[in-house]
Design a protein around this ligand. Structure first.
Ligand SMILES: Nc1nc2c(ncn2[C@@H]2O[C@H](COP(=O)(O)OP(=O)(O)O)[C@@H](O)[C@H]2O)c(=O)[nH]1
Ligand SMILES: [Mg+2]
Length: 572
């Protein structure tokens, strides 16, 4: 963490404290200086005693500028919560605390300002009052530091406490997925469009191609600055000014996001949790002019309560939000919901599903990856990453699925392959998932674009010589063109029979056995090779090995120059 936001009621001394700590007046607009009132976000930075650099986002406290406050606290992880000892807890103290809580900000300190303007008793009372109001919130155990920008009392304590906060926050997470919600855009003399924001999720570097969302307009990083310095690369958790080439400053605005192209699934419909503020005096239903604050943006939304008609004050439920434009969102992003008709903060929560597939009446969103997969059946690793921000191991190929779906598809494929038998199933007719699953089934073999049951597969079964041999009958052309290893394999697999250096088709051997059976039927005394040769029409060259093969198989037996019936002689 190196970016903190101020928070607290108007005139409680937020901007004065930032100026005292940094030397920079965060009220940069002329109107702000004239009226002594923060209207828009202010930015300043300082170096803490430890040497750590810290940026401040100073927010307006006035209720009219709440939208600007919301734009500033989006990417921030800690706050300096300001309460004036002279006034104590006020309405925007309460509202800002609720908003920070809803946005998931989980660390901070409390500055009890204007300590010079009250006596010790009042100061103590103010401290007790604040402790009461923050009980049960993320600030319950936060240090409370009395401070005065007039006397300088407490400023060093504030610095020391901020150093502790930074040290215990462990730094902004780097998920190699940078996102910068733009909170300010301006045209800088000579360098074109500059956008500023708090960078989260990953790094940016010079010359990087970025996409501005919504709208997916591309821009190149021409320059990068943080804390007033030009840098070539900047990591998450920093205030960054990005000089963008390729876009006009009027094309982009607060609320837009800078992201890497094609890394995000842009969405205008999300399911989210909604925690309704207990202070609300009515239920929350779909009726209302709602505005959602997401990132640095403010978006009019339609809302549908999931699982019931409405949510009661203090209740927690889920809603579906319909946004006017597609944003680069992820589960875990926080939002605040306001109702513009009544100008009140309704509540807020966490985005749970950026691409809901179930109808609102059936959707029960949560952040589990298992639900994302189960609702779709099959998703790729890339899709899951875009839907959840998490990289998960594939179940099979590039796909993630449930164990049930995987088993179902394996069974289905096995059945289809078995049904196709030795003819095989055409792999080209399978989809990507089926092909991935097929590769995991051991009982099948893929060969030349077809898949067969492993036991039905014989790559030699269609060898062209076999047809030649079969057609040649008792006098087949010999396989002089077939290489020796192939010939040996054809014989080993029983597709050819080798007898005395010649090769025959098995059907020819069967036919020879039939000829022998017929000859022995008409003359049981036996037949000669010459008789066999005449009966088959083959020359002696072929007749001799054939008869030898019949002997070897026990179909015939030799007695002198005659062949008589062997034990395996078939019926004629
Ligand atoms: N006496 C006293 N006045 C202060 C102190 N801090 C701020 N102020 C005054 O309180 C008023 C509001 O201060 P500002 O910083 O603009 O408040 P913000 O609206 O919370 O940003 C200004 O007139 C400041 O001069 C302080 O420590 N002591
Ligand atoms: Mg101010």
């Amino acid at each position: 963490m190196t970016v903190v936001a101020t928070a607290g009621h108007v005139d409680h001394g937020k901007s004065s404290l930032v100026r005292a700590l940094t030397g920079t007046d965060p009220d940069r607009l002329d109107e702000e200086k004239r009226r002594g009132l923060t209207i828009d976000l202010g930015f300043a930075h300082t170096t803490l005693p430890s040497g750590t650099e810290l940026s401040f986002v100073d927010v307006p406290g006035h209720v009219r500028f709440l939208r600007n406050m919301l734009a500033g606290v989006g990417g921030v992880s800690a706050c300096v919560f300001v309460v004036a000892a002279t006034e104590g807890w006020k309405p925007q103290s309460e509202e800002h605390l609720r908003i920070l809580q809803l946005l998931g900000i989980d660390s901070g300190m409390i500055a009890l300002t204007k300590a010079d303007a009250v006596d010790a008793d009042l100061l103590e009372l103010a401290g007790l009052d604040v402790a009461d109001h923050v009980a049960g919130t993320f600030l319950a155990d936060a240090p409370v530091v009395p401070v005065s920008v007039i006397t300088g009392e407490g400023l060093d304590d504030v610095r020391a406490v901020l150093d502790d906060l930074v040290a215990s926050s462990g730094g902004a997470p780097d998920r190699s997925r940078p996102r910068l919600w733009i909170d300010r855009v301006f045209a800088a003399k000579g360098s074109g469009t500059v956008a500023t924001g708090t960078l989260v999720g990953g790094s940016l570097e010079l010359d990087q191609q970025l996409s501005i969302e919504p709208g997916s307009r591309s821009a190149r990083v021409r320059g990068l600055q943080t804390a007033g310095r030009s840098v070539e690369r900047i990591g998450p958790g920093n205030r960054v000014a990005v000089n963008l080439a390729g876009v006009d400053h009027s094309d982009t605005a607060r609320g837009h996001a800078l992201v890497e192209p094609d890394r995000w699934r842009l969405t205008d419909r999300v399911d989210a949790s909604l925690e309704v503020l207990a202070s609300l005096d009515h239920d929350v239903s779909r009726r209302g002019a709602y505005v959602a604050y997401v990132g640095s943006g403010e978006h009019p939304v339609r809302l549908r309560v999931l699982g019931s008609e409405s949510l009661v004050p203090g209740g927690v439920g889920a809603v579906r939000l319909f946004l006017p434009a597609a944003l680069p969102l992820l589960p875990g992003d926080r939002y605040v919901l306001r109702e513009s008709g009544r100008d009140e903060t309704v509540g807020g929560g966490e985005i749970l599903d950026i691409a809901p597939v179930l109808r609102a009446s059936r959707a029960r969103p949560d952040r589990s990856i298992g639900r994302v997969v189960a609702e779709r059946g099959w998703v790729t690793v890339t899709e899951v990453e875009q839907l959840t921000g998490e990289r998960v191991d594939a179940t099979v190929g590039e796909w993630i699925t449930t164990p049930e779906e995987l088993a179902r598809m394996r069974d289905d494929l096995s059945t289809r392959v078995v049904a196709a038998g030795s003819i095989g199933l055409d792999v080209a007719g399978l989809d990507d998932r089926e092909r991935a699953v097929l590769a995991t089934i051991e009982e099948v073999v893929v060969d030349a674009g077809t898949v067969r049951p492993a036991d039905a597969v014989d790559p030699y079964v269609d060898h062209p010589y076999l047809a030649v041999s079969l057609a040649g009958g008792f006098a087949p052309a010999q396989p002089d063109d077939v290489d020796r290893p192939t010939l040996r394999e054809l014989v080993r697999r029983g597709h050819l029979v080798a007898c005395d250096g010649l090769h025959f088709h098995p059907a020819t051997i069967a036919a020879a056995a039939d000829v022998a059976a017929r000859l022995l039927h008409s003359d049981p005394e036996g037949f000669t090779v010459a008789q066999f040769r005449d009966a088959t029409g083959a020359s002696r060259k072929f007749a001799l090995p054939l008869v030898a093969e019949l002997d070897a198989r026990g179909i015939t037996r030799r007695r002198d120059d005659l062949r008589i019936a062997g034990p395996r002689l078939p019926e004629p």
